[in-house]
Structures are given as structure tokens and as C-alpha cells.
Design a protein around this ligand. Structure first.
Ligand SMILES: Cc1ncc(COP(=O)(O)O)c(C=O)c1O
Length: 425
């Protein structure tokens, strides 16, 4: 094991220079001893959100009752615009906040395949990553089937994700309607090049539907500039909007009015309250709304976006990359000699906001970490995911968390646990 008290691994100068340090108190911290490295699964609760939710519940729902809809009705589009402008590089009218990734992916994938195959009946294939998040694969397969198409999967590099060559082979037959990939891989953290993949798909005549679950709020995203067609994402991770908070979808302005939602619910209609017998879709991305907006979740998204906008996505990215570099340096020094290996790209520009370490005992180590007050998560078969989210994590937290992991493995605390899996990992 390398000596890690080297000056170059001291967290103090890093924390002293951290421009985000002042924002650390803006989230609720009930347990000051907890090292939380799972904000890429569920972000921490912003103090402002707790207060805002109290107002929504007591004064708005409690006091205004149904009259609240006069202002709640605007939230899916207005919060979408704020999110688009602060974090997605998207101009107004193209982002709405609603539903979940799984539901939004289905709506947009079906719409995209139907649109592509109406122009060319041979374009019915949906391309995705063979190791994509399971729900994305299930939903894309069902969306392809529902629109008379099929799913084609591309085998990714386990660390670097889908390569341009692998994607080119999948696009070669000329039958692809839509390519749907994660911008940041949920397992390895590989970050794709949004602009070049979009351009590659467009050159082959396909649309692109980006999945931004692990990217939104972690890396700068320029959907408009890249000419991206469609995107979906969630808000409970880096956007700190809470468990079950609604997701979002993006539809490029000039494409929206040529697409139809397969779930033409009343909130996606031009005027939901005209109670028209005939469905007339709203203009822009709003046509992909379906049912009643989830108001408490929407205001939590608004507060989360406000906090990230104050931090600034470029600063979040720089500090986030410094934190993940630091975590990798500590892993090299302390954990690699104990049987861990890096399963994320080493180069920071190719990596999102989390770092993945492989270890054959990842499950038991993950559970032993919780007993030591370090929360990360585990993905099968042997991956430990650690996210030092820049808004809420200090360099000292990273050092402390990594030291606790080292110490518990040296003491073999994980071997004293049975290998039963928790219901949620
Ligand atoms: C990478 C990725 N894709 C998709 C999903 C599914 O999202 P939802 O539960 O909002 O449908 C998740 C959920 O955590 C995820 O991490």
C-alpha cells in the first residue's frame, strides 16, 4: 500500500480552494458523520425544498385547494424551461417535466419510430446499448414492437461504452429509425460525445434519443447546439428533487409538431379544459404531457434546479472532475492493493460524475460500508459505485469515505456478513 499521507493527497488545500464549499450547508445534514457517496442515485434534500414543500402542502393545497391549479398548471413547462436553460442547453418550449424516464422514453421512442417509418417504411429499428439500464432496454424493445419495429443492441466496451465503430456497424444497414444511448453510462460512468454521436446518427438518417439520467446536473449538456432530437432524464439524482420526483423530456423545436404522443392524455392537448371530444395536441414538447402534473415533485425540481443554477454547471463539472480524480488517486493508493480495480475511464473528460470500482466481494463490502457510515451502491456482478457529488461532497469526505472502505476491508468486516442482498442495492 502506498503512503497516502503524501502532501499531494491532503484534502485540506483542495477544500480551501473549492468554490462550491459555501453551498454545502444548503442541504439537510442530519448525521454529520455520514459520508454520502450515492447522490447519483438519490440526491440530498435542499433546505429550501423542505420549506417550499411545506408551503405547497399547507398554504397551497391546504389553503387554495382546487384554485391552486390556476398556477400549478404552468409548472411542467415553466420548470422545464428553467431546467433546459440551466442544465441542458435547451431553449424554451422544448423541455417539460413529467412522468418518469421509463414512461417518457416509451412516448418519445414510439413517436420517433412512427415518424421515421412514415417517411421510409424500412426505417423501423431502434438501436441501443446491450448493457443499457434494464428498464431502458425493456421499454425500447416494447416501443419498437408497438410501432412495428425491432430493437438492435450494440455491445459496448465495458469501460468506455459504445464506440463509434460499434455504432457505425449498427447503423450500416440503413434501417435505423432512432438511436437511444445513455450520455453517461450508469455502470462505468463512461461519458459519450453528445455532438459527435448525434452527428453520426444523423449522417445515417436516424434520430437520436438521449438518456440523461446520470448526466443531467453532472456534466454540461448542449442539446440545441448539438442538434439533438430527443432526450429524457430524471431529477431525483443530481437535481436533488427527491424520491419519485418527476422526470423530464426534451423535443427539438422544429421536430415537435411532426411527432405524436402514443399516450394522448388531456394535459398534452392544446387546451385541456375545453373538454373537446377531439384530441388536438399542444404545440412543442408540451404535447408529450399525459395526465395531471405531480405538483409537490415539480416544485422540488424547481428548487433543485435553482440551487444547481446558482452553483453553475461548469463549476459543478470542474469540481466534480477534481473530486473523482481525487477518489481515483486514493483508490490507486489504498484499494487497488486490496483487490479493487478501476472500472471507469481514467481520463476525466471521458467520465461522468461517479466512479466505479470492481471487487469480487462488492455486495458484502457495500453492506459493511453502511455499517461504517459510508453510503455508495452496488451493481451486479461486482461493481461498487461511488459518487462524490460536487454540490454536497467535500474532499475531506472523499478521503474519510475511502479510508473507511480501506479499513473495513483490511479488518475483513465484510466477510462476517452473510451474502444476502438487500431489496434495493
Ligand atoms: C440509468 C437509468 N436509466 C433509467 C432509469 C429509470 O428511471 P425511472 O425510474 O425514472 O423510470 C434509472 C433509474 O434509476 C437509471 O438510473
Amino acid at each position: 500500500m502506498r503512503d497516502v499521507d503524501d502532501a499531494h493527497l491532503d484534502p485540506a488545500p483542495r477544500d480551501a480552494a473549492n468554490p462550491l464549499a459555501a453551498l454545502r450547508d444548503r442541504v439537510v445534514r442530519d448525521d454529520p458523520g455520514l459520508v454520502y457517496l450515492d447522490g447519483n442515485s438519490l440526491g440530498m434534500l435542499p433546505v429550501a425544498t423542505a420549506g417550499r414543500l411545506r408551503t405547497v402542502i399547507d398554504a397551497e393545497w391546504g389553503g387554495e385547494l382546487v384554485r391552486g391549479w390556476q398556477h400549478w398548471a404552468a409548472l411542467p413547462a415553466s420548470v422545464g424551461d428553467q431546467l433546459g436553460s440551466a442544465l441542458l442547453g435547451a431553449g424554451p418550449g422544448q423541455v417539460v417535466v413529467c412522468d418518469t424516464i421509463s414512461v417518457n422514453l416509451f412516448k418519445l421512442a414510439v413517436a420517433a419510430v412512427r415518424h421515421a417509418s412514415a417517411g421510409d417504411p424500412h426505417r423501423t429499428v431502434v438501436v441501443t446499448d446491450a448493457a443499457n439500464f434494464p428498464s431502458d432496454r425493456y421499454v425500447l424493445a416494447a416501443a419498437a414492437q408497438a410501432s412495428g419495429g425491432s430493437l438492435r443492441t450494440v455491445a459496448p466496451d465495458p469501460v468506455d461504452g459504445v464506440t463509434p465503430d460499434a455504432l457505425a456497424a449498427a447503423l450500416a444497414p440503413g434501417d435505423v429509425a432512432v438511436v437511444s444511448l445513455q450520455l453517461v453510462d450508469y455502470r462505468s460512468s463512461a461519458l459519450l460525445d453528445l455532438a459527435s454521436v448525434t452527428e453520426q446518427a444523423h449522417r445515417a438518417g436516424a434520430l437520436v434519443l438521449w438518456e440523461l439520467a446520470h448526466a443531467a446536473g453532472a456534466v454540461p449538456i448542449a442539446l440545441d447546439e448539438a442538434g439533438a432530437d430527443l432526450a429524457v432524464g430524471c431529477t431525483y439524482k443530481y437535481l436533488n428533487a427527491g424520491p419519485g420526483a418527476p422526470g423530464f423530456l426534451y423535443v427539438r423545436r422544429d421536430l415537435a409538431d411532426r411527432l405524436s404522443s402514443p399516450i394522448p392524455g388531456w394535459w398534452g392537448a392544446a387546451d385541456p379544459f375545453d373538454m373537446d371530444a377531439e384530441y388536438r395536441p399542444a404545440a412543442g414538447a408540451a404535447r408529450f404531457l399525459a395526465g395531471s402534473p405531480a405538483v409537490p415533485g415539480l416544485v422540488a425540481v424547481e428548487e433543485g434546479v435553482r440551487l444547481l443554477a446558482e452553483a453553475g454547471i461548469d463549476t459543478l463539472r470542474t469540481v466534480g472532475s477534481d473530486l473523482t480524480d481525487y477518489l481515483i488517486d486514493l483508490a490507486d493508493a489504498w484499494l487497488v492493493p486490496l483487490g479493487f480495480s478501476l472500472a471507469s475511464p481514467r481520463e476525466r473528460r471521458r467520465r461522468g460524475g461517479h466512479v466505479v470500482l470492481a471487487h469480487p466481494e462488492a455486495y458484502r463490502i457495500g453492506r459493511a460500508m453502511v455499517a461504517r457510515g459510508v453510503v455508495g451502491d452496488v451493481r451486479p456482478p461486482d461493481l461498487l459505485r461511488l459518487a462524490p457529488v460536487p454540490l454536497t461532497t467535500s474532499f475531506a469526505d472523499v478521503r474519510e469515505g475511502m479510508a473507511r472502505i480501506r479499513d473495513l476491508v483490511v479488518a475483513q468486516e465484510h466477510l462476517a456478513l452473510d451474502d444476502a442482498r438487500d431489496r434495493v442495492t
